[in-house]
Design a protein around this ligand. Sequence first.
Ligand SMILES: *Cc1c(COP(=O)(O)O)cnc(C)c1O
Length: 462
Amino acid sequence: MRYVSTRGQAPTLSFEEVVLTGMASDGGLYVPESIPPLSREELEAMAGCSYAEIAFRVMKPYVNGEIDDDTFRGIVRDAYATFSHEAVVPLNQLDANHFLLELFHGPTLAFKDVALQLLGRILDHFLAKRGERAVIMGATSGDTGSAAIEGCRHCDNLDIFILHPHNRVSEVQRRQMTSVLANNVFNIAIEGNFDDAQAMVKASFADQGFLNGTRLVAVNSINWARIMAQIVYYVAAGVALGAPHRQVSFCVPSANFGNVFAGYMAYRMGLPVKQFIVATNANDILHRTIADNDFSKQALKATLAPSMDIVVSSNFERLLFEAYERDGHAVAALLERFQQEPTALAEAPLEKLRALFASHSVDDTTILEVIREAHHRTKELLDPHTATGYRAAERSRSDAETPMITLATAHPAKFAEAVVKAGFPGVPLPPHMDDLLEREERYTVLPAELEQVQKFVAENRR
Ligand SMILES: *Cc1c(COP(=O)(O)O)cnc(C)c1O
């Protein structure tokens, strides 16, 4: 199995290379050269298997023997042993045919743990094998930073530097990052906003001279291994509800499209999926594209579901590549146009996409209404991201017979502000985190100056 770029110009890579590389040299994203099928028999045989075993079987063809089976089984087992629920990602039945897939039982209470617990361990394995060390740099306004830190804190060959805007992330989110006192974890509070932090990380990837040859690795959702890890829970949930003998549908609270693209991969591998519903908040580029063929940027809006606040949806490019029959030139031309001006998809790819995907956008007022309504009807307290999914599933599902699985992407305690705004007294943190507000913190405040940040990274890496 080799990996190819969505823009068709970059060299093909092995699994090991693709995990260590991130973005392709032609500006595209890496995808597998072919999609490995899961047969009916293989799906049938997964019924009753543990999550870790399903994960091993689903991901094995992508890893392509580059990690031996026993070692990879061990990596997968360790990654998911960090989750606090024995089912790892339990299904919770809301009503006759609507289910919540709870993806928030990992160390930082959001679905990004599913991928980052695995990615840290895979990176560490490959670096150890090569006798190399690497530096991870990332900017965060919340979820990704803490999940990346938790995924790397035990990695011998990785040092991780996460930049967050000083005094501009919630206390829970900051403490989830800064209370990790491992000696390879460095939190930098930038005196600036998220865009300043992001710009410095981008500049550091563009010119890595300050690291004197040490590799810089990206752990954002353009990394193929994150998508790969997320395919697993679609398969596990589908099998739990009767696949391959029965179709299922999914509704996914979406931003960069990494999560729902993983679902699409599960479908292409052979999981019988009737429909994917893409839920967005008021930052609705995905909804506008799917519903109105309006593929254009709009100004960023700060919403009650901040982890879905985006202008451009990076992983949508991976779906475009499939919709355009893997024509990298067509994808590159479309995205160049998109950078300049509002544009639209061609008719054939759009039709293909609409045969499988529906979409719905949910504004802040509606998020609060949904949190109340869902609690009244089901006794479940939804986080604001999951609330967009709950509403989109009800409004956009194509039929009532196919089981609808809405992905619960965060625990409500992580976004208690919205829950309180909806009229609830607050949400306690789960027991293993209830001392979070008393834990010791460690972080360094730096000005928004590239030179100082790079100097800090260069001096502190091990
Ligand atoms: C990151 C995130 C999302 C969006 O996921 P994408 O893969 O970017 O579409 C949704 N909900 C929560 C809670 C998140 O942290």
